[in-house]
Design a protein around this ligand. Structure first.
Ligand code: URA
Length: 268
């Protein structure tokens, strides 16, 4: 026996139900993405596919799902960094970043200090305890030495230079940054550099210098000259924390800083 042919009216009703469901689901997604700052500004074509959202999961959807905790729901990927048009929006995105495990132990992210109007960007390694507590880079003892280098040595105000780190979150116990952490965090720094557009970048210590130059040479090999780096000038010097332990290297650091200042003067 053959089954009777399907009734086209039933088929149509079923299609309509499916369509309505899809439209409702798209509406919920759109609202969530708008709240999160627009999905189109948070993803690149090259981004890994997003994890399925609760509302993407199969199964009946009686009503919109409850709002997830905001940090989770709106956590942007560092790979979307290039989509943020200015430093305030980038800072805000960094504060919600959960791209690596450091987000679980940080008190807060540490984004940037200073406005960079002097044309200089210092890049350190990662926040320490003081920075993690205050949300400002280089505020501990190493930070005091950096401030002296800027203000007493270079004759600038600390607020006129920009100061950032390779990592935006403190590694527990101030351990060295791991490669995976540096890789995850890198797009934030790269976007900071684009937006600040410094004339000269000064890399402080081997983590910053090694990351920027993609090198594991010693700091002594990397310092002491002005390099062309992605259309900018880069000077490498010792990290202030190292100088606190080994003050005899301050003379070399001062030579490096003078190189950076020559770059600035040439650009005037
Ligand atoms: N060391 C760094 O590299 N960065 C800071 O912000 C503080 C200490």
């Amino acid at each position: 026996m053959h089954a009777p042919p399907p009734d086209p009216r039933h088929e149509l009703a079923s299609l309509t139900r499916g369509l309505k469901h899809a439209v409702r689901r798209a509406g919920h997604l759109g609202q969530r993405r708008a709240r999160a700052g627009s999905a189109s500004t948070l993803s690149n074509p090259g981004d890994p596919p997003e994890a399925p959202k609760p509302e993407d999961a199969p199964g009946p959807q009686a009503s919109p799902p409850p709002e997830a905790p905001s940090e989770q729901a709106a956590s942007p990927l560092p790979t979307s960094a290039s989509e943020f048009p200015d430093l305030p929006s980038l800072r805000e995105a960094v504060a919600r970043c959960r791209a690596c495990d450091l987000c679980q132990t940080r008190n807060q992210t540490v984004f940037l200090d200073g406005d960079g109007t002097a044309g200089i960007l210092f890049i350190g390694e990662a926040p320490g305890q003081n920075e993690d507590e205050q949300g400002v880079p280089f505020v501990g003892r190493a930070g005091s030495l950096l401030t002296d280098i800027i203000e007493k040595g270079m004759g600038l105000k600390r607020s006129e230079v920009a100061i950032a780190n390779v990592l935006k979150c403190r590694p527990p116990g101030n351990r060295d940054p791991e490669v995976t952490e540096k890789t995850a965090c890198a797009p934030w720094l790269e976007r900071q550099i684009e937006l600040l557009d410094p004339q000269v970048v000064i890399a402080l210590g081997r983590h910053a210098a090694g990351y920027l130059l993609d090198s594991d040479a010693s700091l002594g090999q990397m310092r002491g000259r002005v390099r062309d780096w992605r259309g900018r000038k880069l000077v490498v010097t010792y990290h202030p924390a190292f100088l606190l332990r080994s003050p005899s290297f301050k003379r070399d650091c001062w030579q490096d800083i003078q190189l950076a200042m020559e770059v600035l003067q040439q650009g005037e």
